[in-house]
Write a protein of this length. Sequence first.
Length: 207
Amino acid sequence: MFHGTKPGWIEVISGVMFSGKSEELIRRVRRAVIAKNRVQVFKSHLDARYAGIYSVSSHDGTIAEAEPINESREIMTHLRPDTQVVAVDEVQFLDDGIVQVANVLADRGVRVILAGIDSDFRAEPFGAMPMLMAAAEIVDKLHAICVMCGGPATRNQRLVNGKPAPYDSPQIMVGGHEAYEARCRHCHDVPRKDELQRKLFEASARS
Ligand code: ADP
Ligand code: ZN
């Protein structure tokens, strides 16, 4: 673990879906609890089915249970004055205010652990992740296994009705029948990406 001369820094755990970001976040939280740090865990878009895996317990009972949030400022309103470690999962879905929240907490001496998907289904930066990676003292990029070739997966393949989703489908699909697979650069497929990127480039050159 990183040791500054003063407490307070930002750690980012980035990577594709299924790369083990949540497992790594929980591992760090569990170790912080063992070290008797006061920890708070948050998760955006918390799905009730998975809430249980975020309860990190010690021998004398449950210590850290993830609190669901939709906006970054809720971290500040839920924050207890004596909290030493703040862990947030699924940060890619939060607003850009998370960058300021993370910096303010780290400046105050809090260890901030953030886990999030770094690139969307188009292989483009996701939400505030690039800015958080720039602000962080430590960045880890985890890989999953490419379901096509078995190599290290760095991309999220979106499938709609079993077929690769085209470039112009929305970044976050609401209520769609979609599925995701971890794939490597070479097996990742985004139909119409080249064509639509060229059109966007030509339009910006004209204006
Ligand atoms: P993340 O938070 O990055 O989405 P999780 O910590 O929730 O990842 O899940 C990681 C787990 O997902 C792995 O330990 C493994 O059991 C499982 N898994 C499913 N598909 C894959 C894959 N393609 N590559 C690696 N692990 C996978
Ligand atoms: Zn592959």
